[in-house]
Design a protein around this ligand. Structure first.
Ligand SMILES: Cc1ncc(COP(=O)(O)O)c(C=O)c1O
Length: 421
Protein backbone atom coordinates (compact mmCIF):
# COMPACT_ATOMS: atom_id res chain seq x y z
CA UNK A 1 0.00 0.00 0.00
CA UNK A 2 1.43 3.42 -1.00
CA UNK A 3 0.62 5.63 2.01
CA UNK A 4 -0.45 9.27 1.86
CA UNK A 5 -0.58 11.81 4.64
CA UNK A 6 -4.19 12.88 4.03
CA UNK A 7 -7.52 12.11 5.63
CA UNK A 8 -8.89 11.25 2.18
CA UNK A 9 -6.31 8.48 1.86
CA UNK A 10 -7.16 7.16 5.34
CA UNK A 11 -10.88 7.14 4.56
CA UNK A 12 -10.30 5.38 1.25
CA UNK A 13 -8.19 2.75 3.04
CA UNK A 14 -11.04 2.22 5.51
CA UNK A 15 -13.57 1.94 2.70
CA UNK A 16 -11.42 -0.73 1.02
CA UNK A 17 -10.80 -2.63 4.28
CA UNK A 18 -12.36 -6.11 4.12
CA UNK A 19 -12.59 -6.16 7.95
CA UNK A 20 -14.25 -2.75 8.30
CA UNK A 21 -17.62 -4.10 9.43
CA UNK A 22 -16.15 -5.82 12.50
CA UNK A 23 -15.94 -2.45 14.26
CA UNK A 24 -19.74 -2.52 14.43
CA UNK A 25 -19.58 -5.62 16.60
CA UNK A 26 -17.92 -3.59 19.40
CA UNK A 27 -19.12 -0.88 21.76
CA UNK A 28 -16.89 2.12 21.11
CA UNK A 29 -16.59 4.27 24.28
CA UNK A 30 -18.37 7.64 24.16
CA UNK A 31 -17.44 10.29 26.74
CA UNK A 32 -19.43 13.55 26.95
CA UNK A 33 -21.11 12.67 23.67
CA UNK A 34 -17.80 12.18 21.85
CA UNK A 35 -16.78 8.83 20.39
CA UNK A 36 -13.29 8.08 21.63
CA UNK A 37 -10.35 6.91 19.56
CA UNK A 38 -9.61 3.82 21.62
CA UNK A 39 -6.00 2.69 21.22
CA UNK A 40 -5.77 0.61 24.39
CA UNK A 41 -6.62 -2.89 23.24
CA UNK A 42 -3.17 -3.73 24.64
CA UNK A 43 -4.56 -3.00 28.10
CA UNK A 44 -8.27 -3.83 28.01
CA UNK A 45 -9.93 -4.78 24.72
CA UNK A 46 -13.33 -3.31 23.89
CA UNK A 47 -16.60 -4.99 24.75
CA UNK A 48 -18.23 -6.99 21.96
CA UNK A 49 -21.92 -6.17 21.59
CA UNK A 50 -22.64 -9.91 21.83
CA UNK A 51 -21.16 -10.21 25.34
CA UNK A 52 -24.21 -9.03 27.28
CA UNK A 53 -26.50 -11.55 25.55
CA UNK A 54 -23.97 -14.34 26.11
CA UNK A 55 -23.87 -13.56 29.85
CA UNK A 56 -27.66 -13.33 29.95
CA UNK A 57 -27.89 -16.76 28.34
CA UNK A 58 -25.90 -18.27 31.21
CA UNK A 59 -28.02 -16.43 33.78
CA UNK A 60 -31.20 -17.71 32.12
CA UNK A 61 -29.86 -21.24 32.02
CA UNK A 62 -28.99 -20.97 35.71
CA UNK A 63 -32.44 -19.56 36.52
CA UNK A 64 -34.17 -22.25 34.50
CA UNK A 65 -32.24 -25.35 35.48
CA UNK A 66 -30.22 -24.50 38.60
CA UNK A 67 -27.30 -26.92 38.85
CA UNK A 68 -28.78 -29.02 36.04
CA UNK A 69 -27.50 -26.23 33.75
CA UNK A 70 -24.28 -28.26 33.72
CA UNK A 71 -26.11 -30.89 31.67
CA UNK A 72 -29.17 -29.15 30.17
CA UNK A 73 -30.02 -26.09 28.11
CA UNK A 74 -28.53 -24.70 24.88
CA UNK A 75 -24.92 -24.90 26.00
CA UNK A 76 -24.53 -27.35 28.87
CA UNK A 77 -21.76 -26.04 31.11
CA UNK A 78 -20.09 -29.43 31.54
CA UNK A 79 -18.54 -29.28 28.07
CA UNK A 80 -18.39 -25.50 27.68
CA UNK A 81 -14.58 -25.63 27.72
CA UNK A 82 -14.56 -27.57 24.44
CA UNK A 83 -16.32 -24.71 22.67
CA UNK A 84 -13.41 -22.36 23.44
CA UNK A 85 -10.34 -24.36 22.48
CA UNK A 86 -10.76 -24.63 18.66
CA UNK A 87 -10.74 -20.83 18.24
CA UNK A 88 -7.88 -20.39 20.73
CA UNK A 89 -5.91 -23.12 18.97
CA UNK A 90 -5.92 -20.99 15.81
CA UNK A 91 -4.98 -17.85 17.73
CA UNK A 92 -1.95 -19.34 19.49
CA UNK A 93 -1.03 -22.02 16.94
CA UNK A 94 -1.68 -25.08 19.07
CA UNK A 95 -3.68 -28.30 19.01
CA UNK A 96 -7.02 -27.82 20.79
CA UNK A 97 -6.16 -30.41 23.45
CA UNK A 98 -2.96 -28.47 24.26
CA UNK A 99 -5.07 -25.62 25.66
CA UNK A 100 -6.72 -25.21 29.02
CA UNK A 101 -8.88 -22.16 29.69
CA UNK A 102 -8.56 -21.50 33.39
CA UNK A 103 -7.73 -19.06 36.19
CA UNK A 104 -5.80 -15.93 35.38
CA UNK A 105 -2.38 -15.20 34.06
CA UNK A 106 -0.21 -14.84 37.17
CA UNK A 107 -1.91 -17.83 38.82
CA UNK A 108 -1.26 -19.90 35.72
CA UNK A 109 2.39 -18.83 35.57
CA UNK A 110 2.81 -20.12 39.13
CA UNK A 111 1.09 -23.38 38.22
CA UNK A 112 3.31 -23.83 35.17
CA UNK A 113 6.40 -23.16 37.29
CA UNK A 114 5.39 -26.06 39.53
CA UNK A 115 5.41 -28.39 36.53
CA UNK A 116 8.17 -26.95 34.36
CA UNK A 117 10.72 -25.40 36.68
CA UNK A 118 12.45 -28.48 37.96
CA UNK A 119 15.74 -27.46 39.53
CA UNK A 120 18.13 -30.38 39.69
CA UNK A 121 21.55 -29.96 41.30
CA UNK A 122 23.34 -27.06 39.71
CA UNK A 123 20.84 -27.00 36.81
CA UNK A 124 18.60 -24.52 38.58
CA UNK A 125 18.92 -21.20 36.68
CA UNK A 126 16.09 -19.33 34.98
CA UNK A 127 16.66 -16.90 32.11
CA UNK A 128 14.12 -14.09 31.72
CA UNK A 129 13.92 -10.63 30.19
CA UNK A 130 15.17 -7.71 32.27
CA UNK A 131 12.26 -5.51 33.35
CA UNK A 132 9.72 -8.24 32.73
CA UNK A 133 6.18 -7.23 33.71
CA UNK A 134 6.17 -6.72 37.52
CA UNK A 135 3.74 -9.57 38.20
CA UNK A 136 6.18 -11.95 36.49
CA UNK A 137 9.03 -10.58 38.56
CA UNK A 138 7.06 -11.13 41.78
CA UNK A 139 6.10 -14.59 40.57
CA UNK A 140 9.78 -15.48 39.98
CA UNK A 141 10.87 -14.00 43.30
CA UNK A 142 8.32 -15.77 45.47
CA UNK A 143 8.48 -19.03 43.59
CA UNK A 144 12.26 -19.19 43.81
CA UNK A 145 12.12 -18.39 47.54
CA UNK A 146 9.60 -21.19 47.94
CA UNK A 147 12.37 -23.57 46.88
CA UNK A 148 14.67 -22.00 49.46
CA UNK A 149 16.84 -20.33 46.80
CA UNK A 150 17.72 -16.70 46.44
CA UNK A 151 16.43 -14.88 43.31
CA UNK A 152 19.86 -13.25 42.79
CA UNK A 153 21.46 -16.70 42.46
CA UNK A 154 18.80 -18.16 40.19
CA UNK A 155 17.48 -15.46 37.86
CA UNK A 156 19.54 -14.38 34.88
CA UNK A 157 18.06 -11.27 33.31
CA UNK A 158 19.01 -10.33 29.75
CA UNK A 159 18.84 -6.59 29.12
CA UNK A 160 19.22 -4.27 26.13
CA UNK A 161 22.81 -3.19 25.42
CA UNK A 162 23.89 0.21 26.75
CA UNK A 163 22.26 2.94 24.66
CA UNK A 164 19.72 0.52 23.15
CA UNK A 165 16.06 0.06 24.08
CA UNK A 166 15.28 -3.43 22.89
CA UNK A 167 16.92 -6.78 23.52
CA UNK A 168 18.91 -8.39 20.70
CA UNK A 169 17.98 -11.97 19.90
CA UNK A 170 21.69 -12.79 19.61
CA UNK A 171 22.17 -11.66 23.24
CA UNK A 172 19.33 -13.89 24.44
CA UNK A 173 20.76 -16.85 22.57
CA UNK A 174 24.26 -16.09 23.85
CA UNK A 175 23.00 -16.01 27.47
CA UNK A 176 21.36 -19.40 26.96
CA UNK A 177 24.59 -20.80 25.51
CA UNK A 178 26.74 -19.38 28.33
CA UNK A 179 24.49 -20.94 30.97
CA UNK A 180 23.84 -24.20 29.16
CA UNK A 181 25.25 -26.33 31.96
CA UNK A 182 23.16 -24.83 34.74
CA UNK A 183 19.99 -23.72 32.97
CA UNK A 184 16.62 -25.21 33.96
CA UNK A 185 14.17 -22.86 32.26
CA UNK A 186 13.83 -19.92 29.88
CA UNK A 187 10.61 -18.06 30.68
CA UNK A 188 10.25 -15.06 28.44
CA UNK A 189 7.59 -12.61 27.22
CA UNK A 190 6.17 -12.98 23.73
CA UNK A 191 5.94 -9.21 23.37
CA UNK A 192 7.39 -6.73 25.86
CA UNK A 193 4.67 -4.64 27.49
CA UNK A 194 6.81 -1.48 27.63
CA UNK A 195 8.66 -1.37 24.31
CA UNK A 196 6.25 -3.41 22.18
CA UNK A 197 9.15 -5.63 21.02
CA UNK A 198 8.14 -9.07 19.72
CA UNK A 199 10.63 -11.81 20.53
CA UNK A 200 11.79 -14.67 18.36
CA UNK A 201 10.05 -17.44 20.27
CA UNK A 202 11.07 -20.16 17.83
CA UNK A 203 14.77 -19.31 18.18
CA UNK A 204 14.57 -18.96 21.97
CA UNK A 205 12.80 -22.32 22.29
CA UNK A 206 15.30 -24.02 20.01
CA UNK A 207 18.25 -22.64 21.97
CA UNK A 208 16.70 -23.54 25.34
CA UNK A 209 16.13 -27.12 24.21
CA UNK A 210 19.66 -27.36 22.80
CA UNK A 211 20.89 -26.30 26.25
CA UNK A 212 18.86 -29.04 27.92
CA UNK A 213 16.34 -26.58 29.38
CA UNK A 214 12.63 -25.93 28.87
CA UNK A 215 11.06 -22.86 27.24
CA UNK A 216 7.86 -21.10 28.28
CA UNK A 217 6.28 -17.77 27.37
CA UNK A 218 4.07 -15.11 28.89
CA UNK A 219 1.80 -14.16 26.00
CA UNK A 220 -0.23 -11.43 27.72
CA UNK A 221 0.54 -8.98 24.91
CA UNK A 222 0.88 -11.55 22.16
CA UNK A 223 -2.33 -13.63 22.21
CA UNK A 224 -4.83 -12.25 19.69
CA UNK A 225 -2.17 -9.80 18.48
CA UNK A 226 0.80 -11.39 16.70
CA UNK A 227 1.24 -14.63 14.78
CA UNK A 228 1.88 -17.55 17.11
CA UNK A 229 2.80 -21.14 16.23
CA UNK A 230 3.44 -22.56 19.68
CA UNK A 231 3.14 -26.21 18.70
CA UNK A 232 5.24 -25.86 15.55
CA UNK A 233 7.90 -23.90 17.45
CA UNK A 234 7.96 -26.77 19.96
CA UNK A 235 7.30 -24.41 22.88
CA UNK A 236 6.89 -26.32 26.14
CA UNK A 237 4.24 -24.13 27.77
CA UNK A 238 2.71 -20.66 27.60
CA UNK A 239 0.16 -18.58 29.48
CA UNK A 240 -1.91 -15.57 28.47
CA UNK A 241 -4.69 -13.31 29.64
CA UNK A 242 -7.86 -12.71 27.62
CA UNK A 243 -8.75 -9.16 28.60
CA UNK A 244 -6.33 -7.43 26.22
CA UNK A 245 -6.43 -8.29 22.51
CA UNK A 246 -8.90 -11.12 23.19
CA UNK A 247 -11.63 -8.68 24.30
CA UNK A 248 -13.10 -11.00 26.93
CA UNK A 249 -13.62 -8.43 29.69
CA UNK A 250 -11.85 -7.09 32.78
CA UNK A 251 -10.38 -9.98 34.76
CA UNK A 252 -11.32 -12.41 31.97
CA UNK A 253 -10.45 -16.09 32.29
CA UNK A 254 -6.84 -16.89 31.29
CA UNK A 255 -5.42 -19.56 29.02
CA UNK A 256 -2.59 -22.07 29.13
CA UNK A 257 -0.84 -24.03 26.40
CA UNK A 258 1.02 -27.20 27.33
CA UNK A 259 2.72 -29.19 24.59
CA UNK A 260 1.09 -32.59 24.18
CA UNK A 261 4.35 -34.42 24.93
CA UNK A 262 3.80 -33.60 28.62
CA UNK A 263 0.19 -34.71 28.88
CA UNK A 264 0.98 -38.28 29.94
CA UNK A 265 4.23 -37.54 31.75
CA UNK A 266 3.56 -38.80 35.25
CA UNK A 267 6.95 -37.60 36.47
CA UNK A 268 5.77 -33.97 36.28
CA UNK A 269 4.78 -32.26 39.49
CA UNK A 270 1.55 -30.33 39.46
CA UNK A 271 -0.94 -28.79 41.80
CA UNK A 272 -4.12 -30.72 41.25
CA UNK A 273 -7.83 -30.20 41.76
CA UNK A 274 -10.93 -32.15 40.94
CA UNK A 275 -11.62 -30.32 37.68
CA UNK A 276 -8.39 -31.72 36.25
CA UNK A 277 -9.42 -35.26 37.21
CA UNK A 278 -10.22 -37.88 34.60
CA UNK A 279 -13.71 -36.99 33.36
CA UNK A 280 -14.99 -40.55 33.15
CA UNK A 281 -14.42 -41.23 36.86
CA UNK A 282 -14.40 -37.75 38.45
CA UNK A 283 -17.74 -38.16 40.14
CA UNK A 284 -16.78 -41.40 41.83
CA UNK A 285 -15.00 -38.99 44.21
CA UNK A 286 -12.19 -41.41 44.94
CA UNK A 287 -8.74 -40.94 46.42
CA UNK A 288 -5.68 -40.65 44.18
CA UNK A 289 -5.37 -38.00 41.48
CA UNK A 290 -5.81 -39.27 37.92
CA UNK A 291 -5.33 -36.34 35.50
CA UNK A 292 -7.24 -35.79 32.28
CA UNK A 293 -4.65 -36.65 29.63
CA UNK A 294 -4.78 -33.24 27.94
CA UNK A 295 -3.89 -29.71 29.05
CA UNK A 296 -7.23 -29.74 30.88
CA UNK A 297 -5.52 -32.02 33.39
CA UNK A 298 -3.99 -28.83 34.85
CA UNK A 299 -7.45 -27.39 35.71
CA UNK A 300 -8.10 -27.13 39.41
CA UNK A 301 -11.51 -25.65 40.10
CA UNK A 302 -15.00 -25.50 38.68
CA UNK A 303 -14.71 -22.97 35.87
CA UNK A 304 -16.63 -19.70 35.85
CA UNK A 305 -19.21 -20.19 33.11
CA UNK A 306 -19.95 -16.45 33.09
CA UNK A 307 -16.31 -15.77 32.22
CA UNK A 308 -16.35 -18.58 29.66
CA UNK A 309 -19.45 -17.06 28.03
CA UNK A 310 -17.82 -13.62 27.72
CA UNK A 311 -14.72 -15.31 26.28
CA UNK A 312 -16.79 -17.30 23.77
CA UNK A 313 -18.61 -14.18 22.54
CA UNK A 314 -15.23 -12.55 21.85
CA UNK A 315 -13.62 -15.62 20.28
CA UNK A 316 -16.54 -16.02 17.86
CA UNK A 317 -15.51 -12.68 16.32
CA UNK A 318 -11.96 -13.95 15.76
CA UNK A 319 -13.42 -17.02 14.07
CA UNK A 320 -15.46 -14.84 11.70
CA UNK A 321 -12.57 -12.49 10.92
CA UNK A 322 -9.82 -15.18 10.63
CA UNK A 323 -6.29 -14.75 11.93
CA UNK A 324 -4.56 -14.30 8.53
CA UNK A 325 -6.89 -11.38 7.67
CA UNK A 326 -6.35 -9.83 11.11
CA UNK A 327 -2.57 -10.13 10.83
CA UNK A 328 -2.61 -8.51 7.43
CA UNK A 329 -4.67 -5.51 8.61
CA UNK A 330 -2.66 -5.21 11.83
CA UNK A 331 0.49 -4.87 9.80
CA UNK A 332 -1.01 -2.27 7.47
CA UNK A 333 -2.40 -0.17 10.33
CA UNK A 334 0.87 -0.35 12.21
CA UNK A 335 2.91 0.46 9.08
CA UNK A 336 0.64 3.44 8.39
CA UNK A 337 1.10 4.75 11.94
CA UNK A 338 4.84 4.19 11.63
CA UNK A 339 5.03 5.98 8.28
CA UNK A 340 2.97 8.94 9.54
CA UNK A 341 5.19 9.27 12.61
CA UNK A 342 8.23 9.42 10.31
CA UNK A 343 6.62 12.33 8.41
CA UNK A 344 6.33 14.52 11.51
CA UNK A 345 8.53 17.61 11.22
CA UNK A 346 9.13 17.77 14.97
CA UNK A 347 10.10 14.52 16.64
CA UNK A 348 10.32 15.09 20.37
CA UNK A 349 10.27 11.36 20.82
CA UNK A 350 12.05 8.12 20.04
CA UNK A 351 10.03 5.14 18.86
CA UNK A 352 11.00 2.31 21.20
CA UNK A 353 9.24 -0.39 19.21
CA UNK A 354 11.46 -1.99 16.57
CA UNK A 355 11.05 -0.82 12.98
CA UNK A 356 11.34 -4.39 11.69
CA UNK A 357 7.76 -5.65 11.22
CA UNK A 358 8.65 -9.14 12.50
CA UNK A 359 9.45 -7.55 15.87
CA UNK A 360 6.31 -5.42 16.15
CA UNK A 361 2.66 -6.14 16.94
CA UNK A 362 -0.19 -3.63 17.32
CA UNK A 363 1.53 -1.57 20.00
CA UNK A 364 3.88 1.32 19.31
CA UNK A 365 5.72 2.90 22.26
CA UNK A 366 6.91 6.49 22.09
CA UNK A 367 9.67 7.55 24.45
CA UNK A 368 8.92 11.25 24.98
CA UNK A 369 11.94 13.54 25.23
CA UNK A 370 10.11 16.35 27.04
CA UNK A 371 6.62 17.31 28.19
CA UNK A 372 5.53 13.74 27.61
CA UNK A 373 2.97 13.69 30.38
CA UNK A 374 1.44 16.96 29.16
CA UNK A 375 1.18 15.56 25.62
CA UNK A 376 -0.45 12.41 26.95
CA UNK A 377 -2.91 14.40 29.07
CA UNK A 378 -3.86 16.55 26.07
CA UNK A 379 -4.38 13.45 23.90
CA UNK A 380 -6.69 11.95 26.52
CA UNK A 381 -8.52 15.25 26.90
CA UNK A 382 -9.21 15.24 23.20
CA UNK A 383 -10.55 11.67 23.16
CA UNK A 384 -7.42 9.75 22.10
CA UNK A 385 -7.28 6.94 24.63
CA UNK A 386 -3.64 5.85 24.96
CA UNK A 387 -1.62 5.16 28.09
CA UNK A 388 1.25 6.59 30.01
CA UNK A 389 3.97 4.38 31.42
CA UNK A 390 6.38 5.96 33.87
CA UNK A 391 8.79 7.54 33.48
CA UNK A 392 8.24 8.80 29.94
CA UNK A 393 6.42 6.47 27.54
CA UNK A 394 3.14 6.84 25.64
CA UNK A 395 1.84 3.51 24.33
CA UNK A 396 -0.83 3.21 21.69
CA UNK A 397 -2.12 0.16 19.86
CA UNK A 398 -4.30 0.31 16.75
CA UNK A 399 -6.21 -2.98 16.76
CA UNK A 400 -7.42 -4.52 13.48
CA UNK A 401 -10.85 -5.62 14.78
CA UNK A 402 -12.10 -2.15 15.69
CA UNK A 403 -9.62 0.61 14.84
CA UNK A 404 -9.48 2.48 11.54
CA UNK A 405 -6.93 4.17 9.30
CA UNK A 406 -8.78 7.43 9.88
CA UNK A 407 -8.24 7.10 13.64
CA UNK A 408 -4.53 6.50 13.08
CA UNK A 409 -4.35 9.56 10.80
CA UNK A 410 -6.20 11.79 13.30
CA UNK A 411 -4.03 10.56 16.18
CA UNK A 412 -0.74 11.38 14.48
CA UNK A 413 -2.22 14.69 13.30
CA UNK A 414 -3.13 15.57 16.88
CA UNK A 415 0.31 14.53 18.07
CA UNK A 416 1.85 16.88 15.51
CA UNK A 417 -0.27 19.78 16.77
CA UNK A 418 0.70 19.07 20.36
CA UNK A 419 4.40 18.65 19.63
CA UNK A 420 4.58 21.91 17.70
CA UNK A 421 2.52 23.86 20.28
C1 LIG B 1 3.12 -9.23 30.40
C2 LIG B 1 2.15 -9.37 31.53
N1 LIG B 1 2.29 -10.39 32.39
C3 LIG B 1 1.46 -10.56 33.43
C4 LIG B 1 0.40 -9.70 33.65
C5 LIG B 1 -0.49 -9.92 34.84
O1 LIG B 1 -1.69 -10.47 34.43
P1 LIG B 1 -2.84 -10.88 35.49
O2 LIG B 1 -3.18 -9.65 36.27
O3 LIG B 1 -3.98 -11.30 34.62
O4 LIG B 1 -2.31 -11.96 36.33
C6 LIG B 1 0.20 -8.65 32.76
C7 LIG B 1 -0.93 -7.72 32.95
O5 LIG B 1 -1.13 -6.77 32.24
C8 LIG B 1 1.10 -8.46 31.68
O6 LIG B 1 0.97 -7.46 30.82
Amino acid sequence: MQFENTIEFARAADAADSLKNFRQQFIIPVIDGKEQVYFLGNSLGLQPKATAAALQEVLTQWATYGVEGFFMGNKPWMDYHDSLTPALAKIVGALPHEISVMNQLTVNLHLMMISFYRPMGKRNKIICEAKAFPSDQYMFETHIKHYGFSPEDILIEVAPRAGEHTIRTEDILAAIEIHKDDLALVLWGGLNYYTGQVFDMAAITHAAHAAGALAGFDLAHAAGNIELQLHQWNVDFACWCSYKYLNSGPGAVGGVYIHERFHNDISLQRYAGWWGYDKATRFKMEKGFIPINTAEGWQLSTPSILLYAAHKAALDIFEQASMPALHSKRLQLSNYAWWLLQQLPIKNFTILTPDNTAERGCQISLLMHRNGKAVYDALMQDGFITDWREPDVIRFAPVPLYNTYEEVFCFVNKLEQLLSA
